[in-house]
Design a protein around this ligand. Structure first.
Ligand SMILES: Nc1ncnc2c1ncn2[C@@H]1O[C@H](COP(=O)(O)OP(=O)(O)OP(=O)(O)O)[C@@H](O)[C@H]1O
Length: 286
């Protein structure tokens, strides 16, 4: 199969953060090229984890399990290095000891960062700077969250991606920037055949933007449909109300995990490994 015919395929994927409790088990997904696919699900359903796996940030199974553009998302590093696979997710941050993740606020100018990326088409760069209304003199330690986010998005889009994975990136943007960006993404799919997977809880304007929808619950694929064929959308005011009904009617999923995978663990108190176990340690958090 030629690369251009491939989008994203996941075949029998298993992934767990905790060995006795896989988040994804025998998970399959097929996203065709040129789609603008919304990834929906409640908090903790696995959207970010799935996008990070598709972005090659976790090694999951062998080379055949997670395929993007007919390459292994994790093993074929040329996907990301060459710019074909782009991921825009969590905001720039760094981990600082006990403070955890804090926003990265070095004194860099927007110009320094954007023009520091090599091999970029200057016309595409100008277009993105204008689209995102970026002032090249912005210093990253003195701008608002939304302004910093615009620079991050610009950097992520400088190379003409073939597959773009978006994790709630428009959340800090004002309504104009968000709508302009969505129009740009639509253009990229229609003109270049790019594929986009977009995880979000904000559905405004997405009924006409998206072509496909994937709904997951607790790591299980519940629905995958063309938006134009989504029956519920015909009888509902908007996508928000359709998704709201799905999420409100969720019931616990029992995963059929083979006994040898479901390692039996000794019953222990949830506080055994907790930093809050000792009241002496709690003093740090007062
Ligand atoms: N680093 C981690 N270690 C252990 N468990 C994790 C880790 N990250 C996520 N999880 C768990 O995996 C599950 C899926 O999390 P994930 O962040 O993928 O969900 P999500 O659908 O993106 O949620 P949200 O809508 O809140 O962003 C959650 O139950 C979460 O607690």
């Amino acid at each position: 199969m030629g690369e251009e015919l491939c989008g994203i395929q996941v075949n029998g994927m298993q992934f767990e953060y905790e060995i006795q409790n896989p988040l994804f088990f025998e998970f399959n997904l097929n996203i065709s090229p040129g789609s603008r696919c919304l990834l929906v699900g409640s908090n903790g359903s696995g959207k970010t984890t799935l996008l990070r796996i598709l972005a090659g940030k976790h090694m999951v199974g062998g080379r055949d399990v997670v395929r993007v553009l007919n390459c292994s998302a994790f093993h074929d590093t040329k996907l990301v290095c060459g710019g074909d696979l782009a991921y825009l997710g969590e905001s720039w941050s760094k981990t600082v000891g006990s403070a955890g993740e804090i926003p990265l606020q070095g004194d860099f100018s927007a110009e320094h960062m954007i023009f520091g990326v090599e091999g970029v088409d200057p016309i595409r760069r100008e277009k993105l700077i204008e689209l995102l209304d970026i002032d090249l003199q912005w210093r990253m330690h003195k701008v608002s969250d939304g302004q910093r986010r615009r620079v991050q998005i610009c950097l992520g889009l400088l190379h003409p991606f073939k597959v773009l994975l978006l994790d709630e990136v428009t959340v800090d943007l004002d309504v104009v920037a968000r709508m302009d960006l969505l129009d740009f993404f639509k253009e990229e799919c229609e003109q270049r055949g790019a594929t986009i997977v977009y995880a979000t809880h904000i559905f405004d304007g997405l009924e006409t933007w998206a072509t496909d929808l994937v709904y997951i619950q607790e790591g299980t694929l519940k629905r995958q449909e063309k938006l134009s064929e989504l029956k519920e959308l015909k009888g509902s005011p908007n996508l928000l109300s359709v998704v709201e009904i799905w999420l409100r009617s969720e019931t616990k999923i029992e995963k059929k995990i083979p006994v040898k995978t479901a390692v039996q663990v000794k019953k222990s108190s949830p506080f055994d490994a907790s930093p809050f176990r000792s009241s002496r340690h709690m003093a740090f958090y007062r």
